[in-house]
Write a protein that binds this ligand. Sequence first.
Ligand code: MSP
Length: 544
Amino acid sequence: MKSFYLTTAIDYVNGSPHLGHVYEKVLGDVIARSRRMMGADVYFLTGTDEHGQKIQQSARAKAVPTQEFVDSIAQEFVALTKLLNLSNDDFIRTTESRHKQVVCDLLQKLYDKGEIYRAEYQGFYSTRQEQFLQKKDRLSSGHWPETFGDVTEITESNYFFKLGNYQDWLIKHIEMHEDFVFPAHSRKLLLEFLSEPLNDLCISRPCERLEWGIPLPFDENYVTYVWFDALTNYYSAVAGKGRWPADCHIIGKDILAPPHGIYWPIILQACELEVPRTLLVHGWWSINGAKMSKSTGNYVDPVDFCSKWSVDSMRYFLIREMVIGQDSDFSMEQFLKRYNGELANDLGNLVNRTLNMTQRYAGGVVPLADSDEDPEKTIRALWVQTCDEVMKLIENFQFHTVLEKIFFFVKAINRYAELRAPWKLAKDTSSKGQALLCTSLATTAEALRLAATLLWPVMPTVADKIRACLGQPALARWESELNWTNRLDGVKLTSVEILFPKTQPVPVPWKSFQPTWPRMQIQRCCANFWSSVSCLRVKPVVRG
Ligand code: MSP
């Protein structure tokens, strides 16, 4: 069985998770579930990044001991994996001893090999980014970009890793392995970054400045630089499990160059370990065009969102909406459009009509397809094509198009049902009419079973419910499950609750107010709106 080791970035525990964090974890879960269905032996890892200055500062700001602080936020992230129905095999925290031990082993190995040296550093340091800055980072005005926060000039003795020695090797590696970075434009950006000479990497921080880290195994006056520590999680979580190298690291575009695209492959190469096969780089979710982020107060709360709209509808929206590698702007209007249109109208109605028609015209038992004419041949051919295309799209990480194809098929099933119109055939007592009635009910039910089965990695709960009401067991592998058969022949269907209760599109108050509206009407409009968007924490846009 082909092994497939997949990871997400590990989140900082300096604040609670938002929808941007959630997207990456859901994407990881969709990939993990799809690959398992395809027969791979998947290992899916996620976790939390718990050391460093930002976290030490956040704990101090709350006047809580740092360990207590990280324990409580890490629990929120663990709870989120359950809420999102993630199928992760492990959850790693960088404060765990199994991780710290591996970080020390790698550092010691590099030190013994002469890859780490001590030197005096004089220059600028950004506390916010926990990073030494270079001349090229400075704006032409002489100021530092906002992302660096407060920048101070320091002179400090530190340990450096000989990153620069590996620059030519890395460029060659990226050039020879086209699939090392996906999508292609991220690979191009990484190569552009490498067109400038690489400085050696400072991998230590003196304890007087930062206590909250892993002490260097060869000098206890220093702790490990947070990126060296964090990146190692991918390896430490599977040390001794025979899983290395990773097949896919999912990361946001902000952490490609330099951490994942440069530091990580070079650290591995210097440690004589294999480098990961693919870095899958996704874009950012924004609201009103500004990056979603807890620190700016511009975000969607995933827990509120799921309790209002269901986990699977959120999973569907995130995967349907974002093209991997591009940014997406989150809007409630767009969510409701997809929820009411694709989920409630197309899929929800198909489930209801399949159950109702089978109940009404066949006593709730799926009959045997008794004829095979053009409409049946057409929908079957569409299924074969959809299934073929979806498998290739999954391999190529095109999940938004996977959903587009599946929903094209769902719509086609609805059209098929309307064309055959079992409600008319039921009135036709001729043997041809009755045969067609049986065929139309069987065809609709089988097509729905197949659509739900293919949808499972994105919407596992909904797909399981649909399959259960069609009398199907829980899925283990796709294998023969995706073949068009008459396995539903004679199956008694059971009812299911409404999968996607329909909601009225909520009018945005400032777009719908009329000068003639009485006060009550304005208040009602605002109340409806706020209740629908209570999961959004959006900073007011100040214009003019
Ligand atoms: N701790 C580091 C990652 C270390 S991996 C060895 C980190 N943490 S983070 O909490 O800031 O971000 C975690 C992941 O969430 C990153 O991949 C980041 O790109 C992603 N996102 C954070 N905000 C995001 C959006 N608004 N939209 C999409 N993803 C975003 O970086």
